[in-house]
Structure formats: C-alpha cells, structure tokens
Design a protein around this ligand. Structure first.
Ligand code: NAX
Ligand code: K
Length: 501
C-alpha cells in the first residue's frame, strides 16, 4: 500500500530526497520533467503539433521550462513558452532552467498581470503555472488569465497539479482552476484527485515516479493509503488440494422482493462465482423458479423467517432489493439479535438501519457496511462535501468498530484502526444498477471463505472494480452490466491468485 501524502508532506519528501540522495534540486526537477514527458508523448503523437507551455515563476514553472527543452530534444519542434511573470519572486531552479532555455531555439515570451492575451493557435496547452505550492484561491491576474485560458477550450495537460487546484483542502465548486484533460502528477495521487468534486476540474490523472525516497514517504504520518495489486495478491490464498465445499464456507444472502428479485439473483450468483463453498438465498417464494433457472447451484429458503437456522452459516449478506417493509425489518432485527458470524449490510438493510437507529447500535464489531453516497447520508446525515464524509466514516469506524465502504469511482474504506484505504480499480462503465448487489455477493463469499472482515473488504472492492476494468480494457466493453461482471469474477480472481502462473 502506498501512503498518500499532503502537499506539505510531499514538499518534505522532495527536501529529504535532495538532502539524502546526493541529488540536487535541479536534477530532481529534470527527473520530474523527464517523467512528465515520457507520459505526455501519448497525448501528442504528432511531433509537429504546436504546443504552448504556460509557466509560472516557481518550481512548477521551472518544470514547465525544463519540459519545453526536453520536448524540443525529443523532436517536438513547435513548442513555445509563455511565462506569466506576476511576481518578482522566482525560484533558483526556475532561473537556471530559464538560462538553459535561452540556449535553445525555443521561443519564450513574458507576460504580466495586465498584459493583453496573446493569440493562441496551439491545440495543446501545458499548465505549469502553479502546482502544489498553491496557498490561496486564485485572484487578480491569475484569475483573469486562467478564466481566459479555460475559455479557449484547448486540450490541457497539467504538470503535477492544475493551477488553482488545492491538493488537500476541500474543493470549492466555484473555484477558478485551469481545467485539465490530463494531470501528470508526481510520485503520488493527491487526495482531492480521488474525490468526485475534482471531476469538474480534471478528466483524468496519471501518476509518474520521480524517484522520491520511498522509505521516507512510507514513514510519514498519514492514515490514508492507496491500495495496490500486490496487496490483494498477498491476501488471496490459492485453493489447497483436498479442499471441498465445506472448506469455503456456507454463505447466506438475504435479498430480493417479488419486484426486485434481480438483486437477489445478482448477489447470490456473485457469491457463488466469488468462491463461497455453498450459497443459500433467502428470497420470496415467487422468485424460486427464476433462481433455479439462473443459478441452480444456489439453494433457497423461501420467505419464512422461522426457517433460517442462523448459526448454520459462516457469512451473511443482507439488503439488496430487500425492501424496508415490516417483514424485512423483522428479518433484520432477528439477524442482529440471533446471528453471530461475520456479515455485510447493504442497500435496504442500510436504509432500515438509518430509520431505526436502535438497530444500528446493535451492529457487531467488524460488520461491513457498504453504502453508496445517498445511503451514506441517510445513515449518517447530510454532508457538505466528500472530505466531511471521510471524517464521518473515519469516526464511525473507530468508535463503532465497523468497516465502512463508501462506494465511489475510487471507493473509500475505513477500518476500526483509523486507516483510510482508497481503492484504485473500477470505471464508469460499471456505473449501473446491480453493480452494488454484485459487490455484496463478493464480500459475503470472501467472508465465508474465512478472510477477515478487513481483508474481505480490501480484496472484494478491488476485485469488483478490477473485473470491470478487464472487461473494458480486454474486451473493449463500453458498458459492463452486472451479469457480465459476475462471469468475469473467477477469471479476475484466478489472475490475482496467480494459480495459473
Ligand atoms: N524540489 C522540489 O520541491 C520539486 C518540485 N517540483 C515542482 O514544484 C512544484 C511546487 O513548486 P513551488 O513550491 O515553487 O510552488 P508553485 O510553483 O506551485 O507556486 C509558486 C509560488 O506561487 C505562490 N502562490 C501560491 N498560491 C498563489 C496564488 N493563489 N496566487 C499567487 N501566488 C501564489 C507561492 O509563493 C508559491 O511558492 C510542484 O507542483 C512540482 O511541479 C518538481 O520539480 C519536483 C521537485
Ligand atoms: K500546474
């Protein structure tokens, strides 16, 4: 797992690397600029393209000057530099890169706050005006220039951080930010890239390694981490020989109403595909023939609460399409008072917990709750922004001993230990009804197989998104309906477990 750092911690990591690695700050800037260019070339395949690089006079601007020189050396001959010289302050690395630029044939013009805007014929703009050094919202000349540049509607690639974009402080939706098609960011994703409020400013971000001291970074005081594929490989265990269905546990999925049987079908089928030894679904009677037709492997308990032998099951998932009527509430209440094993609470189970706080207080420690944002706010109250939600889930997880998954493009997981995990997998193709039901099935299956609640959550959320990523990347699917996601699960898990390597 990679620790996520604040802008000031990244600055310390820069300083530490310079001090301890016998690399000068200028060399680090050169390394960062080279790493930027390596990624950038994919966005400007035609080396004849006109590219304008807008530079400030700090280190982000210094990167921009170095990038101009490196692009030129790589055959991009139509590069021009525009320096927004709004402050008397320059950094020494900016100054040195300006001297190096002067030795090339690259054209560079200087503008001040009041300058007339130059004509802009380049289809691609590189934003190297301000980076992680931003310390207040843009105003005055910066605001005027960035508004103008945004109005040009060009393809914009930002260096490290878009100008005007705060890395850590809550984002203001009215903030003036240089809108970026791509951000090529150094060493770590910045916290705000991972939150939905960034979508209005950034289409895509990419992270490049600039060789900052990883030992130093990983030792920083940060409770936020970015999950990596190796973490999942370390969690998932291959199936031992002589194992049998009993080895992988018996899962109970409580889901579905007559009108929402699909949710029960999807979650139980996902549970089966994610490897539970046995899966039983508690469903209303009219759903039986659909269940048998679709997943003959899954057993059923029909509608009658009294028929559930609670402690026969190794794991339980409750909620998808389950409704919030009295009979469902009664099942939830029974589950909270009679079932002792690990469990996942989702969808209508969460809606009932939100409306019946005395039941919420009965949730045992290490229960997994997986709300989407609306369910989250129903459960914990309205929030102004995503940073506030993260604070709430961190507090609720530590106080109640729960594992909370806030589903999102980069799903956020909080653990009783206070660690906040950001999941890297998933994509917009999977944003459709049924996707969440599949996640409940996966989580229940992993719990049934004996993974701890935290291992289950970290691995389950990753697998769910990864399966969709594979369908998009390998099968070129434009949308990923939940059914397809389910079929992909054993393949995705097989790759992660390396059982065929
Ligand atoms: N050695 C290093 O520290 C490295 C830094 N790198 C680059 O350096 C950037 C950070 O550089 P700096 O710290 O010089 O900062 P920036 O270049 O982001 O900003 C320059 C200066 O602008 C001023 N400023 C901030 N917000 C302002 C506002 N709203 N209006 C007007 N002025 C404002 C501040 O005095 C700030 O120091 C990173 O984003 C990255 O691009 C990279 O070259 C890698 C190595
Ligand atoms: K920038």
């Amino acid at each position: 797992m990679l620790k996520l750092l604040s802008a000031s911690q990244i600055r310390s990591a820069d300083a530490h690397t310079i001090q301890h690695e016998s690399i000068g700050s200028l060399d680090l800037m050169e390394r960062a600029s080279n790493a930027f260019v390596q990624k950038f070339v994919a966005f400007a395949l035609d080396r004849q393209t006109n590219i304008s690089i807008y530079c400030g006079t700090g280190n982000n601007g210094g990167d921009g000057l170095a990038i101009a020189r490196i692009l030129f050396k790589n055959g991009y001959k139509n590069v021009s530099v525009k320096i927004l010289h709004f402050s008397f302050k320059t950094t020494s690395d900016f100054d040195e890169n300006l001297r190096r630029l002067a030795k090339t044939n690259i054209s560079a013009e200087i503008f001040n706050e009041e300058s007339e805007f130059p004509e802009e014929h380049s289809p691609i703009l590189i934003d190297a005006i301000l980076g992680s050094g931003l310390n207040k919202p843009l105003e005055g000349g910066y605001a005027r220039w960035i508004t103008h540049l945004n109005n040009l509607s060009k393809k914009v690639i930002a260096v490290d951080v878009p100008t005007g974009f705060f890395c850590d402080a809550p984002l203001d939706k009215n903030a003036i930010v240089f809108h970026a098609d791509h951000v090529i960011s150094f060493q770590r994703p910045k916290l705000n890239f991972l939150l939905p409020e960034s979508a209005q400013f950034i289409k895509e971000f990419h992270v490049v390694d600039i060789g900052l001291d990883e030992h130093f970074i990983q030792a920083q005081d940060s409770n936020k981490v970015w999950v990596e594929e190796n973490d999942i490989k370390a969690i998932l265990k291959p199936r031992a020989s002589f194992s049998h269905k009993g080895t992988f546990g018996h899962a109970l999925i409580i889901a579905g109403q007559t009108e929402t049987m699909g949710a029960a079908l999807l979650s139980s089928e996902a549970c089966l595909h994610a490897g539970a030894g046995l899966t039983t679904a508690f469903i209303p009677e009219p759903g039986l023939s659909a269940l048998n037709a679709r997943s003959p492997e899954v057993m059923a308990i029909l509608g009658d609460l009294q028929k559930i032998e609670w402690n026969k099951f190794d794991a339980l998932g409750i909620g998808p399409g389950f409704g919030v009527q009295v009979s469902s509430l009664e099942v939830l209440r029974k589950c909270l008072t009679h079932y002792r094993g690990p469990a996942v609470y989702d969808a209508d189970a969460l809606n009932m917990l939100a409306a019946n706080k005395e039941l919420f207080n009965l949730l045992p420690e290490n229960s997994i709750v997986c709300p989407h944002v609306k369910e989250f706010d129903r459960l914990f109250g309205a929030h102004k922004n995503w940073q506030q939600r993260i604070e709430t889930m961190e507090r609720e997880s530590t106080e109640r001993g729960l594992i909370i998954i806030l589903k999102n493009r980069y799903s956020i997981i909080t653990a009783p230990s206070g660690v906040i995990y950001f999941n890297p997998t998933g994509n917009p193709a999977m944003a459709s009804g049924g996707s969440g039901d599949v996640l409940t099935g996966i989580l229940t299956a992993l719990l049934a197989q004996g993974y701890s609640a935290l291992q289950t959550t970290i691995a389950g959320v990753y697998i769910h998104g990864k399966a969709a990523d594979e369908l998009v990347q390998e099968r070129k699917m434009f949308t990923v309906p939940a059914r397809y996601l389910i079929k992909q699960l054993p393949i995705t898990m097989g790759k992660l477990i390396n059982s065929f390597a």
